[in-house]
Write a protein that binds this ligand. Structure first.
Ligand code: AMP
Length: 217
């Protein structure tokens, strides 16, 4: 890759879709639809800009080690990754949701906390969950999961889950209730720190275009 080629790491789904208008503001159009193509490297209308599709939780790692020069990733993923080696210039205010604690609707969470019970908490977000319960003074046994967290309280694996909530429909469909909102989440632009020096001009153009296109609603 030439010194002037920029590689942008995105994950499929909501982040990809909601990044497209920001890319358009920078004059960049992705030439293939990731839902239709099996390609992992997508060309754009700019010969020196390409998009790589990676798993959401791998975006910070790609950017940290220079597999991509920049990327878009949720604050949740960024906190769990730690943010080492990443410049985080912009909150893009896209893919917004929250991290919450949820329990079965027949579990008395308030009483369990009041009694000082030890809670079994299943989550993909172990750092966020650990910090939250430590601040609250609640003892927890953390169970790391990689998906379908909603199943954990239903099967007796855990008393509570810590997961992303957007509309709340997934929780409702699984007879779970949100009992604490831990933090609001949105996606951020992350940039490789070395690339920021070596590819300053093209990166600056994208950062400025994105900054001008962030919606404030
Ligand atoms: P909802 O039913 O709208 O509350 O969405 C909850 C489900 O979608 C959960 O499985 C979440 O893990 C997932 N989810 C919600 N918002 C996001 C987001 N911004 N990024 C990734 N996953 C999300």
């Amino acid at each position: 890759m030439s010194k002037d080629t920029l590689t942008l790491a995105l994950s499929k789904g909501r982040i990809f879709e909601e990044t497209l208008p920001l890319l358009a503001a920078a004059g960049i159009e992705v030439l293939e639809d990731p839902e239709k193509s099996r390609k992992l490297i997508l060309p754009t209308n700019q010969p020196n800009v390409r998009v790589v599709l990676v798993r959401a939780s791998d975006v910070p790692t790609y950017v940290q080690y220079g597999g991509a020069d920049l990327g878009v990733t949720g604050k949740d993923t960024l906190i769990e990754h730690g943010g080492q080696g990443l410049f985080q210039p912009l909150d893009l205010r896209i893919a917004r949701c929250r991290v919450s604690v949820a329990v079965r609707n027949d579990f008395d969470y308030v009483q369990a906390v009041k009694q000082g019970s030890r809670l079994k908490v299943a989550t993909k977000y172990t750092s966020i969950a650990r910090d939250f319960f430590a601040t609250k003074g609640v003892h927890v046994d953390m169970i790391k999961l990689y998906g379908s967290m909603e199943l954990a309280p239903l099967t007796g694996l855990a008393d509570a889950i810590v997961d992303l909530v957007s509309t709340g429909n997934t929780l409702r469909a699984n007879h779970l209730v949100e009992v604490e909102r831990i933090m609001d989440i949105s996606s951020h632009l992350v940039v490789n720190q070395a690339a920021l020096k070596l590819k300053q001009a093209p990166l600056r153009r994208i950062i400025d275009a994105f900054a001008g296109a962030i919606r404030n609603d």
